[in-house]
Design a protein around this ligand. Structure first.
Ligand code: SF4
Ligand code: F3S
Length: 375
């Protein structure tokens, strides 16, 4: 089997095809600290792409509550169990990826969810890790936690879905790295469903083919960010282009946060697919839990995230989130503002580095009147 270089696990690994990175790689950053699980992204995606017959339980985008939520149910826990020990030495992964822990006759380690696992998309929603003593909510710190994890297809550099399909019906586009299912080739074998470690390929029983997130390519081709990104009212998302390893540009907001400041990390890098959705980890969650989920650099990522308010380069990149539908390819900071540009070099975002703070006096001298908050 060919060996390919996976920078997220800092080593070469087995993959059924030769290494070939696309000309451009679509990538996303999601800030988990800002997500309020309003599911606006889920609905924006669903009403745009998956509102047809046979798509009732297909969610290309979903938001689940960790630690107990998951769609399909227990998608991650079942695979973590199968992979067994997942040790890291520094930033090098010493365990096995899904392409290396392969049962005889398969291309990829995986599991196919049961029908019931797709039946309850919101199971575990808003559930915290344990009980809280009566009144503790109001009187002091308690140690229970949860956080919201927004999920879409990762448009992986080494897609497991693509590796597993015996029909070669799944391909990765050279021009943007988006991974697609060719509906005319697909025969519904569902090896892709079993192989995707993130369970982001869905079988449609009406069409008897599989479907997945298409990265909103009709929008991306026009320089616009996908629907889930544009509609996010928490402004937790940014979509752009991730440079190849070793070619990071400081003025590219995605590179700045992934490669340079290293505040955004891949989800379960140990699976080995080199996923391209990067997460800023939640600052309040126990580190052991986060390390299993985002790898060994969690502590550094959180430290850098907390320091970003005093780091104008990182701050400028973060202020690109949710402030324009256009794809930002370049950003910079100017005295008091962060400025973003599209791929034509046009300025499309200008936001203050510090949010304006206005105090409204409760007595208005001009109108000789009191302003009272009556709401
Ligand atoms: Fe394929 Fe799953 Fe990776 Fe998406 S997340 S490219 S469906 S392996
Ligand atoms: Fe291949 Fe999956 Fe279709 S394995 S044939 S893309 S259902």
């Amino acid at each position: 089997m060919p060996k390919v270089k996976n920078w997220q696990i800092n080593r070469d690994m087995d993959y059924p095809y030769e290494d070939s990175r696309p000309d451009k790689q679509i990538a996303y950053i999601f800030d988990t600290n800002k997500c309020i699980e309003c599911q606006t992204c889920t609905i924006a995606c669903k009403t745009t792409w998956t509102s047809g017959k046979g798509q009732e339980q297909i969610f290309w985008n979903n938001v689940e509550t960790k630690p107990y939520g998951g769609y399909p149910q227990a998608w991650d826990v079942k695979l973590l169990d199968k992979l067994k020990a997942q040790r890291w030495k520094g930033d090098s992964y010493e365990g096995k990826t899904v392409f290396e822990n392969v049962p005889f006759g398969d291309q990829v380690e995986g599991h196919r969810p049961e029908e019931d696992d797709y039946a309850h998309p919101n199971l575990g929603e808003d559930e915290i890790t344990g009980t809280v003593e009566g009144g503790q909510y109001f009187t002091g710190i308690h140690h229970q936690w949860m956080f919201y994890l927004a999920r879409i297809c990762n448009h992986c550099t080494y897609p497991a879905c693509l590796a597993a399909c015996p029909r070669k019906a799944i391909y990765k586009r050279d021009e943007d790295g988006i991974v697609l299912v060719d509906q005319s080739r697909c025969r519904g074998y569902q090896e892709c469903v079993k192989a995707c470690p993130y369970k982001k390929v869905f079988y449609n029983a009406m069409t008897r083919t599989s479907e997945k997130c298409i990265g909103c390519y009709p929008r991306v081709e026009k320089g616009l960010q996908p629907r889930c990104v544009e509609s996010c009212i928490g402004k937790i998302r940014l979509q752009g282009w991730l440079s190849k390893p070793g070619e990071a540009r400081a003025d590219n907001p995605i590179d700045q946060l992934v490669h340079i400041k290293k505040v955004a990390l891949p989800l379960y890098p140990q699976y080995g697919t080199e996923p391209n959705v990067y997460y800023i980890p939640p600052v309040h969650v126990p580190r052991k839990f986060l390390e299993q989920m985002f790898g060994p650099s969690v502590e550094t990522a959180i430290e850098n995230y907390m320091a970003a308010k005093d780091d104008k380069e990182a701050l400028a990149a973060m202020l690109m989130f949710g402030n324009t539908p256009q794809i930002i390819t370049k950003c910079k900071h100017e005295d008091s503002h962060a400025v973003g540009f599209n791929d034509k070099g046009e300025e499309v975002v200008r936001v203050p580095l510090t949010e304006p703070f206005i105090v409204r006096r409760h007595y208005d001298e001009k109108f000789k009147s009191f302003r009272l908050n009556t709401a």
